[in-house]
Design a binder for this molecule. Structure first.
Ligand SMILES: [Zn+2]
Length: 115
């Protein structure tokens, strides 16, 4: 596998701080709880044949700070803490998400494919 140089000073996306209050809202807690009760298993673990309880609701494709996308339940995915930190780590290292949309193309504007 090709290794990339990690850049610890890579800037966070502009929306990073703004969305924190969306996650902190009572509405989000309610929506996330509802999603997890309907989809109790980690989708990333399930994909590789593991059965793990999902504890975090993640957006796939990422909302990237767009308010409407943040609340779009079609993008919700329940994941376990281990998978979630793995997803976040990849984003932090590369500076973009590797998630793909329904057309199979990377959704992040920062992805090299979209440059
Ligand atoms: Zn998992």
């Amino acid at each position: 596998m090709k290794q990339r140089q990690m850049n610890p000073t890579y800037p966070k996306p502009l929306w990073f701080g703004q969305t924190k209050r969306w996650y902190d809202s009572a509405r989000w807690r309610k929506v996330a709880k509802l999603h997890l009760s309907a989809h109790p298993l980690c989708v990333s673990c399930e994909a590789v044949g593991r059965v793990t309880s999902a504890t975090i609701v993640h957006h796939n494709p990422p909302h990237e700070g767009v308010y409407e996308r943040f609340w779009d339940s079609d993008t919700f995915e329940g994941v376990c803490a281990t998978c979630h930190s793995g997803i976040k780590r990849i984003e932090d290292i590369h500076g973009y998400s590797q998630a793909c949309g329904k057309d199979g193309l990377p959704v992040s504007d920062n992805h090299p494919w979209n440059k």
